[in-house]
Design a protein around this ligand. Structure first.
Ligand code: AMP
Ligand code: GLY
Length: 430
């Protein structure tokens, strides 16, 4: 079977790395891919959100299965378009991707179906939004309704901060149409985890959980990013909590989406806030994403022992019932190397040396997130998050040591990383 992966990040490199190893995959393409992905797939120069060109390429190249990495083409209807011409695809329809594409839709769905999440209001009028914030007080969370590349959320510690966020989104129009509406919600305290389940419209198959580090600097300081590192398993997501999340959050969502005429298939990524009290741990939903997390995908793929392709195909074809997955008991940990300036304007073009040496470290795979071939064997940084150095180890500490051993073999003047990825889990282990 000919497979096309859509996207160009570390998540897509990890997906390509697994799919290329599948005996069912005869030929692997990636659009647009990057310099690391080029080692396992043929890269095709089509942007991930160019739906017309992707559909044309898939038809002309005789692609049998398309795996969509990022959210934009999902919300843009790529899966609908492919299926309408008989090409199978992994990921939700545009109608089902609204779980990620509209925070207001997601909150209303949770409210209608009693799915545990923070209390909220939806606003398109700045005056009404301000009045709500003043009424509720701080801390409080202000979110642009639509896709804002991870930058649309303000966790406001004061009423003033929340009012400023409202003005920035509704009045100044920082996010364009994605910010034409707001969700304002109750602040939830606790520990965050990323939970993943494959869904085929009816059956939900839990994968494993991970935790990421959103803040750019050590000690979880500085502005938020797409994720500076991740590890799996997430110690806070016990088997009991997994059962609870499936029972109270994932399965009710899958049923609700089908009942409302938007059957969900693909991967459901629940961002959870977990609070532990004397009565036990309880998970509430922070957000849904309708794709794999990045860098969570890198640690999931490193731990997944099963062939990925039949699982993704089963999701697309409604055959998940009875399927199982097998995982390494080891811990996988990913350290993201970013270019100076990230999450603001990253410096592009710096040469990265030592990739082979880093990749040769025990248990390590270096996934590329934003690199390009500079010719003559040179690999150049080409974005904000540039590499995902991912290691397996018998403990969080062991995986962490291996990952940083590999990081230290890299020679890239313009790159940086956090040195404390996994700190919370390491502290738990100790
Ligand atoms: P989201 O994109 O909705 O996941 O929000 C991004 C980040 O903002 C989350 O990972 C949390 O750290 C934080 N956040 C979002 N909503 C809340 C909330 N209701 N309470 C506390 N923190 C939140
Ligand atoms: N790492 C969080 C995300 O992919 O949304």
């Amino acid at each position: 079977m000919k497979v096309l992966v859509v996207g160009s990040g570390g998540r897509e490199h990890a997906l390509c790395w697994k799919l290329a190893a599948s005996p069912l995959c005869d030929k692997l393409y990636c659009a647009p891919g990057n310099a690391g992905i080029a080692a396992v797939a043929e890269c095709v120069a089509i942007a991930a959100d160019d739906i017309e060109e992707l559909v044309r390429f898939a038809r002309e190249a005789g692609i049998g299965f398309v795996v969509v990495g990022p959210e934009a083409p999902l919300v843009g209807g790529l899966v609908d378009r492919l299926e309408s011409i008989g090409i199978k695809a992994f990921g939700p329809s545009a109608a089902a991707a609204a779980l990620e594409g509209s925070k207001g839709f997601m909150k209303d769905l949770c409210a209608r179906h009693n799915i545990p999440t923070a209390g909220y209001g939806r606003f398109s009028d700045a005056g009404a939004a301000r009045a709500y914030v003043v009424l509720k007080g701080a801390p409080i969370v202000v979110k642009a309704d639509g896709l804002a590349a991870g930058k649309g959320v303000t966790v406001a510690q004061t009423v003033e901060e929340a009012l400023a966020a409202i003005d920035e989104i509704l009045v100044s129009g920082r996010f364009g149409t994605a910010g034409a509406e707001l969700v304002i919600e109750e602040f939830m305290a606790g520990e965050e985890a990323s939970f993943f389940a494959l869904v085929d419209g009816e059956t939900a198959l839990p994968l494993v959980a991970a935790q990421d580090h959103k803040a750019v600097f050590d000690g979880d300081k500085g502005p938020n990013t797409g994720g500076m590192g991740a590890y799996s398993p997430a110690p806070v997501v016990t088997p009991e909590l997994t059962a609870q999340v499936m029972e109270r959050i994932i399965r009710p969502t899958v049923r609700a989406m089908t009942a409302e005429g938007r059957p969900f298939k693909g991967v459901l990524f629940a961002g959870l806030m977990i609070t532990t009290t004397e009565g036990g741990a309880e998970a509430r939903l922070l957000e849904y994403n309708t794709r794999f997390g990045d860098p969570e995908c890198q640690v999931l793929m490193k731990r997944l022992k099963s062939d990925l392709l039949p699982l993704l195909l089963a999701s697309a074809e409604g055959r998940l019932a009875g399927m199982t997955t097998e995982w390494s008991d080891d811990v996988a940990l990913c350290v993201v190397m970013a270019a100076e300036g990230y999450p603001g304007e990253p410096k592009k073009g710096g040469e990265i040396k030592g990739l082979a040496e880093a990749g040769a470290a025990g248990g390590v795979t270096v996934f590329h997130a934003a690199t390009k071939d500079g010719g003559g064997g040179k690999i150049l940084a080409n974005g904000g998050r540039v590499l995902g150095v991912t290691a397996l180890g018998g403990s969080v500490r062991a995986a962490q040591e291996r990952a940083y051993t590999a990081v230290d073999r890299l020679d890239w003047a313009g790159g940086f990383c956090r040195r404390d990825i996994g700190w919370r889990a390491v502290a738990r282990e100790a």
